[in-house]
Design a protein around this ligand. Sequence first.
Ligand SMILES: *[C@@H]1O[C@H](CO)[C@@H](O)[C@H](O)[C@H]1NC(C)=O
Ligand SMILES: *[C@@H]1O[C@H](CO)[C@@H](O)[C@H](O)[C@H]1NC(C)=O
Ligand SMILES: *[C@@H]1O[C@H](CO)[C@@H](O)[C@H](O)[C@H]1NC(C)=O
Ligand SMILES: *[C@@H]1O[C@H](CO)[C@@H](O)[C@H](O)[C@H]1NC(C)=O
Length: 137
Amino acid sequence: MTFFINQTIAVLLIFIVASPSLVYSDQVQINLSNDISYDNISVSCKSNTGKDLGTKLLGPGTNFTWTGDINVPGENEIWLCALQCTPLKGYYGNFTLFISKRDNTRCGQRCLWSAREDGIYLYIPAHFTYEFQFKWE
Ligand SMILES: *[C@@H]1O[C@H](CO)[C@@H](O)[C@H](O)[C@H]1NC(C)=O
Ligand SMILES: *[C@@H]1O[C@H](CO)[C@@H](O)[C@H](O)[C@H]1NC(C)=O
Ligand SMILES: *[C@@H]1O[C@H](CO)[C@@H](O)[C@H](O)[C@H]1NC(C)=O
Ligand SMILES: *[C@@H]1O[C@H](CO)[C@@H](O)[C@H](O)[C@H]1NC(C)=O
């Protein structure tokens, strides 16, 4: 009898661990796309937990992805990214593209950001659409 109960619990545990909709994972993908058709964007992202992605050059229509920690006890990871269009330098700004406490539910498993001419948009899965978040400075 105990064996069967243990087995049932084991199966339940595997189900919970394997099912992304039932538990928040400890990491979320953060994805930034350059949706400005005529210029590169130079992107430098740093976290308050000491991570530094260096500087990336995003060509028109390209994207890059990194991971943010979520639901880590005692830690509210924040990613600040400096964006600068180049070579035209038309748009720039520093934006918090991830705050664990802000984004642990609104992005789902992936925070999809889109840099556009009129500002920075985030995909909101609950609304099935990208929504405006930040103006360029
Ligand atoms: C990042 O977002 C872009 C644009 O929505 C998508 O094409 C790409 O597959 C995403 N990359 C990842 C790793 O999710
Ligand atoms: C983007 O940067 C690359 C490398 O510096 C350069 O060759 C290219 O011309 C730039 N693209 C645009 C649209 O300015
Ligand atoms: C996003 O980047 C990935 C990996 O670099 C690439 O395979 C994919 O096609 C890109 N998506 C878009 C919309 O550029
Ligand atoms: C954005 O951040 C960069 C690097 O941290 C800094 O040098 C720059 O002054 C900031 N720009 C603005 C407009 O706050």
